[in-house]
Design a protein around this ligand. Structure first.
Ligand SMILES: [Zn+2]
Ligand SMILES: [Zn+2]
Length: 248
């Protein structure tokens, strides 16, 4: 089956994202864009993804549980899970690794947990846009031990891309699925970094505004809409990245 996926979308819980990005609005927009699978990936938190997943079930949009975690090396990593209970446990663990620095909404923006009806559940008090007290190899292992999959985000882009901050793909990620940013093209990235020819390169929108959702999406030919099936399709390179908007 062909599955159009955008696995990197920020919501109202990311201080840098627009307050229009409620779980309900994201699901409506995903439905309009005919996205089959999405992930709501806020900085260091899965929480709004739980509400999005409940709504997605009603509208036929599959929502994977996820977050964009920031390692102690300042590398951004998409951490994705198929099932809710391990995602909840992972989320709690990550919160304990987040420095106890309060958010300054006037400077960084609000961090809003919103339910299925767009009601504000609470404002997150700790600044989510921060490096966790965990290294990249340790975080990869933590994701694996919770049954999830990790995809380094926008690897070629400053300031939080793997290649920018580490200068290389570490041994643990040999052959792994990587994300390049929505504005990049695989041929160009591989030409500049020949070592990446061994890694499948997918792309997502990294949307912080509704209009940007789906601006890059990955269409997988997969046996099912599950996360393991999408990863298998990526590793088998049975996918195509599609671009919309000004960069396409
Ligand atoms: Zn990022
Ligand atoms: Zn992001």
């Amino acid at each position: 089956m062909k599955l159009a996926a955008d696995l990197h979308i920020h919501s109202t819980l990311s201080p840098c994202a627009s307050l229009e990005m409620s779980p309900a609005a994201i699901i409506r927009r995903a439905h309009e864009l005919s996205l089959d699978v999405i992930a709501v990936t806020d900085h260091n938190s899965v929480e709004n993804g739980f509400y999005a997943a409940a709504l997605g079930e009603k509208t036929g949009v599959k929502v994977l549980f996820g977050m964009e975690a920031q390692t102690s090396e300042d590398v951004h990593l998409l951490c994705l899970f198929e099932d809710r209970p391990p995602a909840e446990r992972f989320n709690e663990r990550i919160y304990s690794l987040l420095p106890d620095v309060p958010n300054n909404p006037d400077f960084f923006g609000d961090q809003v947990v919103a339910d299925e009806q767009d009601n504000i559940v609470r404002h997150e008090g700790k600044l989510l846009l921060n490096a966790l007290d965990i290294s990249l190899p340790e975080l990869l292992e933590l994701v694996r031990s919770h049954g999830g999959f990790a995809i380094p985000a926008h690897v070629e882009a400053s300031p939080f891309g793997l290649l920018v901050n580490l200068g290389m793909v570490p041994r643990e990620l040999a052959g792994a699925v990587l994300e390049i940013s929505y504005a990049a093209r695989a041929e160009t990235v591989v030409r500049a970094n020949p070592a990446l020819s061994g890694n499948p390169l997918i792309s997502n929108s990294d949307a912080h505004f509704l209009k940007d959702m789906g601006r890059a999406r990955t269409v997988f030919s997969a046996r099912a809409s599950s996360l393991p099936a999408l990863i298998d399709a990526a590793l088998a390179r049975t996918f195509q990245v599609i671009y919309h908007g000004p960069h396409g």
